[in-house]
Design a binder for this molecule. Structure first.
Ligand SMILES: [Fe+2]
Length: 164
């Protein structure tokens, strides 16, 4: 069924792009789930980190999960603006899309290594979303994904500079 939004979009872009908007919404759902998984992991490490890096990691993870929690709302609302349901499934959170589960027993250095890998992976997904959104004629999602890629790349730099 064609919705009002799709009709409005269709008046601006081609039918092929309408199909691509569906894949943009699916990609947004993927990065929304990944963002929530990284919020939970950042919180776990915030609570459990020990040793000389305690303060810097404790503070940094709080900055990161606070930013990501706000961003998750923006990502979800963009999905709604594309006329799709915004949903993070619990199965999706545990199944993972490359990210490992958090482990409260890790050393501070291994926590940094783990967070770094997840931020780098999410930055890559955001960059891919920029390209697919642009290809679908959706500059709003492309801008949002650009902003999120910048956040995750900055987070990765800070983590790298903290422990290596
Ligand atoms: Fe706290």
């Amino acid at each position: 069924m064609t919705t009002t939004l799709q009709k409005n979009l269709k008046s601006q872009i081609t039918g092929t792009d309408i199909l691509n908007i569906q894949s943009v919404a699916e990609a947004l759902t993927g990065v929304l789930t990944d963002t929530y998984r990284l919020i939970l992991k950042s919180h776990t490490y915030h609570w459990n980190v020990t040793g000389p890096l305690f303060f810097s990691i404790h503070e940094m993870t709080e900055d990161h999960y606070t930013d990501m929690f706000a961003a998750a709302d923006v990502l979800a609302e963009r999905i709604r603006a594309l006329d799709r349901h915004a949903q993070v499934s619990l199965a999706g959170l545990t199944a993972g899309t490359g990210g490992q589960d958090s482990d409260a027993n890790l050393s501070a250095e291994d926590m940094v290594r783990d967070l770094l890998a997840d931020h780098e992976a999410l930055a890559q997904k955001m960059r891919a979303l920029v390209l697919s959104a642009e290809a679908a004629g959706d500059p709003v999602t492309a801008d949002l994904a650009t902003e999120r890629a910048a956040f995750h790349e900055k987070a990765a730099w800070m983590l790298r500079a903290t422990a290596f």
